[in-house]
Design a binder for this molecule. Structure first.
Ligand code: 8IG
Length: 291
């Protein structure tokens, strides 16, 4: 016979009367206790292909499974590592590296999707670096090409904001931070179109994404970026183009190939992200050192 639902089985974000910011504050307290770092300066979410970046950003202070932090769910997918790490950069700034992502397509609601971003903000981070693996519409983007996200189109028909919360999304993907990155590496930029997934697009949907101004197709980052902005963070977004979007290249998409392209690019991405984080840790939006 099935077990009756117990109190323990209710996810903290789904409990009656749960307030997402309060769950995030509790999560941030656990992170502060586990790391001994009262305040993190920068947070990064590492998507497919970006996992090794953490090794080169700084010195490891602490690492633990994300599911030990209130509100975090077990990883849904291999290739997505479910750990939280605290790193000390050469500058002395502290980076919180989130290797666990809950996707909208998992069907647990937007609160869980953006909980890591809210936790990062509650942990003190003023800058949120979001990375993902995605499909590319530009045929010049070979699998393994990293691109900067310049803006997004959210096709999920969902929002992480609850109630009449009108958040301005002009310059959501900080032009200040993008300019810093391009000084280090003249990456191409593109508009990220978030679909719900988990299926990849049809070629017709990819043509639509292009017609409405998109360059990149993915399943994660737009909702997280909105939550980051609501929390007052500056957002920097990168997509690793792991595959040509459906119909752009004549070959069908395969998840195995996507993972393979991510692995092949990992060393380069790790080096790029380490340089980017060191650079953006030098000064914040007010020209002050972030640490
Ligand atoms: I990796 O082609 C990866 N993620 N929506 N489309 C969408 N998400 C993706 C794709 C893709 N490749």
């Amino acid at each position: 016979m099935a077990e009756p639902h117990s109190i323990e089985s209710v996810h903290p974000l789904d409990a009656p009367g749960a307030v997402p910011a309060e769950v995030a504050a509790r999560a941030a307290q656990v992170i502060a206790d586990r790391t001994g770092v009262a305040r993190h300066d920068i947070a990064l979410t590492l998507g497919s292909g970006w996992g090794r970046a953490a090794e080169s950003i700084g010195e490891l202070v602490a690492e633990f499974p994300a599911e030990e932090v209130p509100g975090f769910s077990k990883p849904a997918l291999t290739g997505h590592t479910g750990s939280i790490r605290s790193l000390r950069l050469p500058s002395g700034a502290h980076a919180l590296v989130i290797g666990a992502r809950t996707h909208f397509y998992e069907g647990h609601g937007v609160r869980r999707v953006v909980h890591s971003v809210r936790t990062a903000a509650a942990a003190g981070a003023r800058i949120m670096v979001l990375t993902n693996g995605a499909g590319g519409l530009d045929p010049d983007w070979a699998p393994g090409t990293p691109v900067l996200i310049s803006d997004h189109i959210n096709l999920t028909a969902a929002s992480p904001l609850e109630g009449a919360t009108f958040v301005d999304l002009t310059d959501l993907y900080s032009s200040r931070l993008r300019a810093l990155v391009r000084e280090l590496d003249p990456l191409d930029e593109g508009v990220y179109v978030q679909f719900r997934g988990p299926h990849y697009e049809t070629p017709a949907e990819v043509r639509m994404a292009g017609a409405i101004g998109g360059d990149i197709v993915g399943m994660s980052t737009a909702l997280e970026a909105i939550a980051a902005r609501e929390a007052g963070m500056e957002v920097l977004g990168f997509s690793l183009i792991t595959n040509a979007a459906a119909g752009i290249s004549p070959t069908p998409l395969s998840h195995a190939e996507v993972i393979e392209a991510g692995k092949a690019a990992e060393a380069h991405l790790a080096e790029l992200l380490a340089r980017v984080v060191a650079r953006i840790a030098e000064t914040d939006a007010d020209g002050e050192p972030v640490a």
